[in-house]
Structures are given as structure tokens and as C-alpha cells.
Design a protein around this ligand. Sequence first.
Ligand SMILES: C[S@@+](CC[C@H](N)C(=O)[O-])C[C@H]1O[C@@H](n2cnc3c(N)ncnc32)[C@H](O)[C@@H]1O
Length: 277
Amino acid sequence: MSRRSQAVRKAEEYYDSSEADAFYKNVWGGEDIHIGIYSTPDEAIAQASRRTVETMALQVPDLGQKTRVIDLGSGYGGSARYLAGNYGCHVTCLNLSETQNDLNREKNAETNLNALIDVVHGSFEDIPAEDGSVDLVWSQDAILHSGDRPRVLDEISRVLAPGGHVIFTDPMQADDVPDGVLQPILDRIHLSSLGSFAFYRAEFAKRGFSEVQLAPMLGQLRTHYSRVGEELKSRYDEIVRLSGKPYVDNMLRGLEHWVEGADKGYLAWGILHFKKG
Ligand SMILES: C[S@@+](CC[C@H](N)C(=O)[O-])C[C@H]1O[C@@H](n2cnc3c(N)ncnc32)[C@H](O)[C@@H]1O
């Protein structure tokens, strides 16, 4: 763990903080903390967030008891419980935040899914799994936090068995954006770049992966960040009591940058699905 990059250390510090933990647990309910797929713009955040998991799972062929899954940046483990509970998969949750991992372990015990889910503290820049030991790499809105995405993709390629699948979502930039326009977003999340559909397509091709499906859904990113902003404003006093005013005000400003970036077409989000070999 000593080789962790600055981006990884920042992400760990952020997600372990009591302010962030209280915010994510309360706004999403302690399960899924990723962009939702909304059937209407005013749909509940938790319901839309769950639809993202369902949509991804339906895309993976032969998902079942024999599928060895690793969820990179697994948060509170909502997706792992969904995959284990509904498909009987064995899921390894690899996540940097031990604060989130503790709640993940508690919820797995409460739902009797302990035997199917392992929760491991670590970074996806250095995945603690044997070569070729995984059938499905799953990840939602986490790889953006890496300061070295090509290395994450090398790691994904290494741990996947031949013919294995990788399916993930990631808040990204559009394939082409004018210089400097993403700076306010990057500064807030302490990163120097974002991925893009073009980046992932080229990098997976380089590693011998074939493309299964790329589904751009920028409108969902826009709806999601705007819905989270509305929720936060309507529960402002309550969330300020839990996470503090500086955290909440900073989050509201950050969400506005994402919404503006989406309106201007500078961002991207969607489901990306590739197959090894
Ligand atoms: C927006 S949250 C998404 C959590 C989860 N995938 C979900 O959809 O509910 C991003 C997650 O990435 C994790 N993360 C960030 N950098 C990581 C790294 N280098 N290795 C493992 N996890 C990381 C954080 O701990 C956090 O749980």
C-alpha cells in the first residue's frame, strides 16, 4: 500500500471522513452511491441508483453462482449485495474506505450474505487478486478517482480470466473539450484529468479487449447531480447538522459545476462493457 498515489490518498481521506460518510449514507440510504438511471426526472435517487445496478447486471451473460466478481471501489456494497442476493455470485468488494467497508460488512451480515461477499481494503491501482482469478470486473463511478487509469486497466486485464467481462460506469469528460473548461470540477475532486469514452475504447483495445457495448447517457448524469443538489437544498439544515456547513456548501457548488459541465456537453457518463479477448 506504500506505493499509493496522491490521488488515491486523497480519495481515501475524503471517503473516510465523517462529513462525507454522513452525506452519502443519508442522501442515498447507505446502499448505492453512484449516478442513477431515472425513468422520470423527479424519481427518488435511491430507486434510480438501483436501476443502474439492475441495467448493468442484465447486460452480463451467464451471471450466476459460478461467476467470480470483483467490484472495484465498492462503496457501501449495495451492488455486491444485489449480485450475490439475486444471482448467487461470489463478490469481492475492493474498496479504499474502511469507514464504508465497516458498514458494508455489517449490512452483509444483516442480510445473511457474508458467505458470498468478501470485503477487502485496498486500491484498484494494485488489485490484491491472482492473475486470471476473476470472471467479471464490475465498477461504478470509482475509476475517475485514479491518478493513473492506464494502471487500473492493466490491473483489470491481469486479474480477468480469458473471456472475462468488465462492466463499469464512470463520470467522464466528452471526447473533445476546450482546454481548461473542466478545471473547476477537477480542482474540487483533486484530479488532473477524467477518462472519456474514447480513452477507454482505445486503452481496452490496446490490451486486446473487444467492445461489447458502450452506452452514453450524459442526460442521466445531469439529472442525477441536479436531483442530489435539490435533495441537499431541501434537507439543508439536517445535512448541515450531520456533515457541517462547509462540506454541504462546497458539495452544492461542486454539483453545480457538474450540471453546468453537462449542459455545455463537456462531460460524459454511461455504461462501458468490454470482453477480454
Ligand atoms: C462514488 S463512490 C461509488 C461507490 C460504489 N461503487 C457505488 O456505486 O455505490 C466511489 C468509491 O470509490 C472508492 N475508491 C476511490 N478510489 C479508490 C481506489 N483507488 N481503490 C479502491 N476504491 C477506491 C471510494 O472509496 C468510493 O467508495
